[in-house]
Design a protein around this ligand. Structure first.
Ligand code: BES
Ligand code: MN
Ligand code: ZN
Length: 505
């Protein structure tokens, strides 16, 4: 999808379709929608009076203009109730319109107004960002593995602003929205890749390419070096795989911030999770190609941080490993010593994510982090607890958690605080070693976070369990079916906030 900002009157523009909007309950549209209505001799008012269109959020109506204006069609998208309208509403409206237009073979190009920037009263820059994000995110498709794909004609969107005083803001917002949305799509691309293509080595190679583009430092630790520095938990998980594990480190250190304490992002990058010797059921095993969703989000976020050149030192770590059953695999009952000497008893080889993250959380303490945030498709239990509505957030630091919740509120990517009481620690006490890697089904989300906490050192830390939100089986406005790229927008929002993420400590 190509985006272009145009300073002009959308009414005069010749295109396949123009997109305007309507708040719920409005009978006589004003602004751009009102102008279109006039040009069409009251067609929009008649549409409203018919009862067929009310301006409800998520709904659209299509009118053919019969030559009354240069555009062939007009789409009206509902903005919902005005008293509940916000940037998420803008993003959804832009996404809904783009998704509907994508269904029309005759529409290659459309022009849209910036929803919310006029009557909606929102900041033009932020609204334009949301419009760009909505359009790009909603029209994302995976095309790579089909030789011929002519199902969609739509490939060009023009974003109109008639007020020349606002045009610079609109351009800025659209550019930022484009960078962020393309990063989300990149994360989706990585998650969508099949596990025979996206091996740990390939995931590391994709990260290298993204680091190079963003002028970032890149380093990778292979299994020989892992052996030397004692990353035995990662090595145990990787033991059954034919593919070497890769510990990827990307660093964005902008001028003047080279010496800052970094914010560190850590992503679980299990390129395929069979469960290992504790093998999973066959039915839905294919889904476990998305077990590298955390790493995908971290890698794609780093790319956007570089392109936006955000004024903060950020380090991204992706732990890329495949979990396979084999004669060389680790087993239930094994005891493995982590990087800093802590021993873990393996109850299930399917609780592999927390193991690879444990070594990563121990490793990153050498950077003296300001804060560490890990993202992981860690447990199916998080979906039992929260459904698909929000990722789980676990933290040892209230300020970090508050900053994440605020970023979640602004970005529209929902997270929800989950408990970390010490009683959960009892559940993963091992009779043999210092900790065990599974506490069984009950309380499965919190015990997994408590396992991670064992390996966290003296820094503010938050863990986002994204297992329930990394993939969707039903399309919603800005989320087509499949990989969601969850977390990129949340993290970019957080990183873009000025000042320290954990206050003035
Ligand atoms: N990768 C899975 C979690 C998962 C489940 C992600 C569904 C996405 C969708 C993780 O490695 C796993 O297998 N977790 C186990 C933990 C258990 C063995 C303690 C689980 O959730 O069943
Ligand atoms: Mn597993
Ligand atoms: Zn897993």
């Amino acid at each position: 999808m190509n985006l272009q900002v145009v300073n002009g009157n959308i009414l005069e523009f010749e295109t396949n379709c123009i997109v305007v909007n309507l708040f719920e309950g409005v009978k006589e549209p004003a602004g751009a929608t009102g102008a279109v209505d006039k040009a069409l001799n009251g067609a929009i008012q008649r549409l409203i009076a018919s009862g067929d269109f009310t301006g409800e959020a998520g709904k659209t109506a299509l009118l053919y203009t019969n030559g009354q204006i240069p555009a062939e069609r007009v789409m009206i998208v509902g903005l919902g109730r005005r008293d509940r309208f916000d940037l998420e509403g803008v993003r959804r409206a832009a996404a809904t319109a783009a998704r509907e237009l994508q269904k029309l073979k005759g529409v290659k190009t459309f022009a849209t107004i910036v929803h919310g920037a006029g009557i909606g009263g929102l900041d033009a820059n932020a609204a334009s960002q949301a419009v760009a994000e909505g359009i790009i995110l909603a029209t994302y498709r995976v095309r790579k593995y089909r030789r011929k794909d002519d199902t969609v004609a739509l490939n060009y969107a023009l974003i109109f602003e008639s007020d020349s005083n606002k045009i610079a803001e609109v351009e800025q917002g659209v550019e930022r929205g484009e960078i962020i949305a393309r990063a989300v799509c990149r994360a989706r691309d990585l998650v969508s890749e099949p596990p025979n293509v996206l091996t740990p080595g390939e995931l590391a190679a994709r990260a290298r390419r993204i680091a190079q583009e963003g002028d970032m430092q890149y380093a990778v630790i292979g299994e020989d070096e892992m052996q030397q520095i004692g990353m035995n938990l990662i090595l145990a998980v990787s033991a059954g795989s034919q593919h070497e594990a890769q510990f990827v480190i990307m660093e964005h250190a902008p001028e003047g911030h080279e010496g800052d304490q970094p914010l560190i992002l850590v992503g679980k990058g299990i390129t395929f999770d069979t469960g290992g010797i504790s093998i999973k059921a066959a039915d839905e095993m294919w889904r476990m190609k998305n077990d590298m969703g955390g790493a995908a989000t971290v890698i794609a976020t780093m790319g956007a941080v570089g392109r936006l050149n955000l004024p903060r030192r950020v380090i991204g770590v992706a732990v890329c490993v495949e979990n396979m059953p084999d004669g060389k695999s680790f087993r239930p009952g094994d005891i493995v010593t982590g990087m800093k000497g802590k021993t873990a008893e393996i109850i299930s080889t399917d609780a592999e994510g927390r193991m690879i993250l444990a070594d990563a959380l121990a490793y990153v303490s050498r950077f003296k982090p300001q804060a560490v945030i890990d993202l992981a498709t860690l447990t199916s239990a998080i979906g039992i607890a929260l459904g698909k509505q929000a990722a789980g957030c676990f933290s040892n630091n209230d300020q970090l958690q508050a900053a994440l919740l605020a970023a979640s509120e602004r970005s529209g990517e929902r997270i929800w605080p989950m408990p970390m009481w010490d009683e959960y620690k009892e559940v993963i006490r091992s009779d043999m070693a210092e900790v065990k890697n599974s506490g069984g089904r009950t309380g499965g989300v919190s015990t997994s976070a408590k396992f991670l906490e064992h390996f966290v050192e003296d820094y503010p830390w938050a863990h986002l369990d994204i297992a329930n939100v990394v993939w969707t089986d039903t399309a919603r406005a800005e989320l087509p079916k499949g990989a969601t790229g969850f977390g990129v927008r949340l993290l970019i929002d957080l990183i873009s906030q000025p000042g320290s993420i954990v206050g003035n400590q």
